[in-house]
Design a protein around this ligand. Structure first.
Ligand code: ADP
Ligand code: PHD
Length: 470
């Protein structure tokens, strides 16, 4: 057992207060006391990332008082948790938390003075959530008599490109992580790494995109050749739909890497869309586990899919807050250079396209993007496409997707989805199916997304009651 190595990720809910942190530390401790070497990767306390984003915006907008109030509330929360976890007022953990808050205050003041919040300064500010929670986890582990040492993502060796807000690890990351963490593990010390963040070669702090702590954990898992990566969550595992929307959603026992990527891409907030990518070459399994019910097996994510006979679909997911950008220009869009310049303009802005569809008459192309990217997409198209094109947008849209490897080569799957939507009076704005045949997605009115999710979930009999009746 002693040569087993696990990477354990604890999300915001599992870090939300001293009690949750202590419970999370006990979950890691269960394995450590069995002789398993564990690397712990932590997210910010629940809500802290959003508070940091809000206070950074307030500072940019000139409201330094609001930003400072928010910082003060965060400080109270971090100091309170440290104290509850047994840190003395003059301890190094408390000193460190105080210093980090001071640096955060200065960074935010800089944004206020400049009235400018660049992606780079936003990353510096937002990563304080994870930097501040790592010492709290180390305290909790030490409280259980374990030796722990906390590190920022950069200190742990995570080196990224310069796509602030959505950075990707550089290939050299893996060797560096191994170098930085192996010594600690060999010495019987549990490394506690701040998730979600890395740094550039010049030492600027970057973040890996929302939900990025899952990605940090799998990067570290690959670097160390871990036996498994465990993502502890506030849900049973990856479920057939968001349990907040579909009450009878059920846990999925086994998913392939490909299925999980599709699910995450199409809005299942439970895992970061790129989280499984570092594991694909090595086949390291990822387990999504319930912190409330640690003996429940949760979801095993592995290379091979596992299909139940007669069940082509495993889950229904949705992306909210989507806009459709319609581009039209009779006779112009059929010209290859014009269509190339449309996609070039979008690629230059690093905008993620959720769906693309082109009418067969070549007179219209529709692109679905996150509403937050809509204005940028419109400006990129206006600036980057020379020919006369008409561009307009429709906001308040959602993308609904069904995912499952069992739909490959199966007839009638889309028809079942469309029939369920039609029966609930849901109008379809766009349709797309990937050539991998792992998903079918449709764009619909955002206001109908919850009803549509429930209707499609029921149409494929994905709920718990059905399983119970079997
Ligand atoms: N298909 C799904 N399966 C499980 N959870 C889902 C799914 N879709 C959305 N969710 C939501 O994801 C949340 C868990 O993810 P997240 O909050 O990011 O976890 P953590 O912060 O603990 O890492 C759940 O509270 C749940 O509402
Ligand atoms: N704190 C970051 C990163 C993260 O992964 O968080 P969580 O594990 O709570 O989803 C975020 O909110 O995006």
């Amino acid at each position: 057992m002693s040569d087993t190595l696990l990477v354990m990720k604890f999300g915001g809910t599992n870090m939300q207060d001293a009690r949750a942190i202590r419970h999370s530390a006990s979950l890691a401790g269960r394995s450590i006391t069995l002789g398993v070497r564990v690397v712990v990767v932590v997210s910010a306390m629940a809500g802290v990332t959003n508070s940091l984003l809000t206070l950074a915006d307030a500072a940019e907008g000139g409201d330094i008082a609001a930003a400072n109030d928010e910082i003060a509330a965060l400080r109270t929360r971090h100091f309170g948790a440290a104290q509850e976890l047994g840190a003395a007022p003059d301890s190094s953990a408390v000193r460190e938390i105080r210093e980090m808050h001071e640096t955060l205050r200065q960074a935010v003041y800089g944004v206020y003075l400049l009235r400018e919040l660049t992606p780079r300064s936003r990353d510096l500010i937002v990563a304080f959530g994870e930097r501040l929670s790592a010492p709290l986890m180390a305290l909790a582990l030490e409280g259980q008599g374990l030796r722990a040492h906390h590190l920022t993502g950069g200190e742990a060796g995570i080196l990224t490109d310069q796509h602030f807000g959505n950075a990707k690890p550089l290939p050299t990351t893996y060797e560096r992580v191994k170098d930085r963490l192996s010594g600690l593990l060999a010495a019987g010390v549990t490394p506690v790494v701040s998730g979600f963040m890395g740094e550039t070669e010049r030492g600027a702090i970057t973040t890996l995109g929302r939900g990025g702590t899952d990605f940090s954990a799998t990067i570290i898992g690959k670097a160390l050749g871990a036996n498994e990566v465990w993502a502890w969550k506030d849900v049973d595992g990856v479920m057939s739909a968001d349990p907040r929307v579909v009450k009878d959603a059920r846990n999925i026992e086994i998913l392939s890497y490909g299925e999980v990527m599709e699910l995450a891409y199409f809005g299942a907030k439970v895992l970061h869309p790129l989280a499984v990518t570092p594991l694909q070459d090595s086949g390291i399994p990822l387990r999504v586990k319930s912190a409330a019910d640690p003996d429940f097996p949760g979801t095993l994510v592995q290379a091979e899919a596992h299909d139940e006979a007669g069940q082509p679909v495993k889950a229904v997911t949705a992306i909210r807050g989507v806009s459709i950008i319609n581009i039209s220009g009779a006779g112009v869009l059929g010209i290859p250079e014009v269509i190339a310049s449309v996609f070039d303009a979008i690629a230059r802005e690093n905008i993620t396209l959720l769906m693309v569809s082109q009418s067969s008459s070549m007179s219209n192309v529709s692109l679905a993007v996150q509403s937050g990217d809509a204005e940028r997409t419109l400006s990129a198209l206006r600036a980057g496409v020379s020919r006369e094109l008409k561009v307009d947008q429709q906001s308040g849209v959602a993308v609904l997707a069904i995912v499952g490897s069992g739909m490959r080569g199966q007839k009638g799957v889309s028809a079942r989805m469309f029939t369920a939507l039609a029966a609930h009076d849901v109008n379809i704005l766009m349709i797309s199916q990937g050539s991998s045949e792992l998903n079918v997605s449709v764009a619909i009115e955002g206001s109908q997304v919850d009803d549509a999710t429930r209707a499609v979930h029921a149409a494929f009999s994905l709920g718990q009651s059905v399983e119970a009746a079997d």
